[in-house]
Write a protein that binds this ligand. Structure first.
Ligand code: 13P
Ligand code: SF4
Length: 400
């Protein structure tokens, strides 16, 4: 097995825009003060040699009252305690399918936990072990900006033939907007079906999709799967009047892509692909669709985290893979398949810093607090927002 990166602990993280906003609001850097609740327990030091045993004991004591979901980008020390692991689509479905669990502990990021809260019953509580685990891409589309964009489409005379589709990686407020305006949510594993559904729903040959907030997933799906021309896509910049687009550009477009991206996947470049192909002849390049279009078009395989795992799992012994996605997952795949050569596509370390905020001390704190009957880090979406967001999420779950 070859692995290009040193097995280092992720570096100290920069706060996500969500966390930064909370800090600016004066709620302090203590995650528990950000939760607006008293800290239900001490955060154990990462050096505590008994952390694994403490997590195991607390989880066992809670039994079926707790269900732990783990996204594939979580650290090994956390993922080992997950009852189910998955991509964001699978985790949303799993959350909805556990009505018996009193507590859903979501080891992932904020937007995923929000979706779980929306899809679970009022008797259940969804907990994010560290509320600072946001997603910078989700923070790139604010509700007031999306409303302004819709006003622009209305003034241009195209809002009634435009269907909004939001990537799961968006706030509950954006999902609610989408539900209210006849649209759906999608994930990286069903974006093609969601787009086909949305174009159909426009009811017009000139119909358009407003795709939020990841321009790359939108473009990769529209061009790569639906066969649209790259010129059919325009990028709406929420920081410029009218999105920086003329009425004509908007009317001529089929895909109106929000100017958002993932900073983790945005690092992969065409140069990375060229270099790895030179270095490892015959290597298969496998990337997540959040990568830039010029990377995706040079790759051999493209898909969600679940797809990446399945593809590597089904590959023959001795095959070589360069993978363009978050490093925790790539490292785990390399460890799991020592008979295959698995390398990280980029040369530099590339963790998702906010995913990494959920570590074993936070998980222990969460589980031990629950054991004492104290709930910290609860994610509770406001009822009105949740109702509209549920419409969009349920449309996704029902996609043909
Ligand atoms: P998946 O749905 O493929 O797991 O992706 C989620 C994500 O945030 C990728 O950056
Ligand atoms: Fe968000 Fe990117 Fe992290 Fe996924 S990898 S959670 S899109 S910042």
């Amino acid at each position: 097995m070859t692995f290009a990166q040193p097995a280092v602990r992720p570096p100290a993280e920069e706060p996500s825009p969500t966390a930064t906003a909370l800090l600016l609001l004066g709620r302090g850097s203590d995650p528990d003060s950000e939760r607006g609740v008293e800290c239900p327990g001490e955060l154990p030091p990462a050096s505590d040699p008994h952390l694994v045993e403490r997590a195991r004991a607390a989880k066992e004591a809670l039994g079926e009252r707790v269900f732990v979901l783990g996204h594939h980008y979580q650290r090994d020390e956390v993922i080992r305690f997950a009852d189910v692991t998955g991509d964001s689509f699978k985790l949303a479905r799993e959350a909805a399918a556990r009505p018996q669990a009193e507590y859903i502990v979501f080891c992932g990021v904020h937007f995923m936990a929000e979706s779980a809260d929306i899809l679970t019953g009022p008797w259940q509580q969804v907990i994010l072990p560290d509320l600072r685990a946001g997603c910078s891409m989700a923070d790139m589309a604010a509700l007031h900006q999306v409303r302004e964009a819709w006003d622009v489409l209305t003034d241009t005379g195209i809002a009634d033939i435009t269907v909004p589709v939001t990537y799961m990686n968006s706030t509950a407020a954006i999902k609610a907007f989408t539900g209210e305006h006849g649209g759906t949510v999608c994930t990286s594993s069903n974006a093609e079906r969601a787009l086909r559904w949305a174009f159909d729903r426009t009811g017009s040959p000139q119909g358009k999709v407003l795709f939020l907030p990841d321009q790359h997933l939108g473009r990769n799906t529209a061009v790569g799967h639906l066969g649209l021309d790259p010129a059919d896509c325009v990028v709406y910049n929420p920081h410029r009047p009218g999105g920086g687009l003329s009425g004509r550009q908007l009317r001529d477009a089929r895909m109106i892509l929000w100017q958002g991206h993932c900073s983790v996947h945005g690092r992969f470049s065409p140069q990375n692909v060229t270099e790895v192909r030179e270095r490892i002849p015959g290597v298969n390049v496998l990337v997540h669709p959040e990568c830039r279009h010029e990377v995706v078009t040079r790759a051999d395989f493209v898909g969600s985290t679940e797809y990446i795992i399945a593809t590597v799992g089904a590959a023959p012994s001795g095959s070589a893979w360069a993978i363009g996605t978050e490093l925790n997952l790539v490292r785990r795949l390399a460890d799991r398949h020592p008979d295959k050569q698995i390398v990280f596509l980029d040369k530099t370390v590339c963790y998702c810093s906010t995913m990494n905020r959920i570590d074993l001390p936070h998980l222990v704190q969460t589980l031990e607090s629950l054991q004492r009957g104290q709930v910290g880090g609860r994610i509770e979406v406001e009822a009105g927002v949740a109702a509209q967001a549920r419409v969009a999420l349920e449309r996704m779950l029902a996609l043909p």
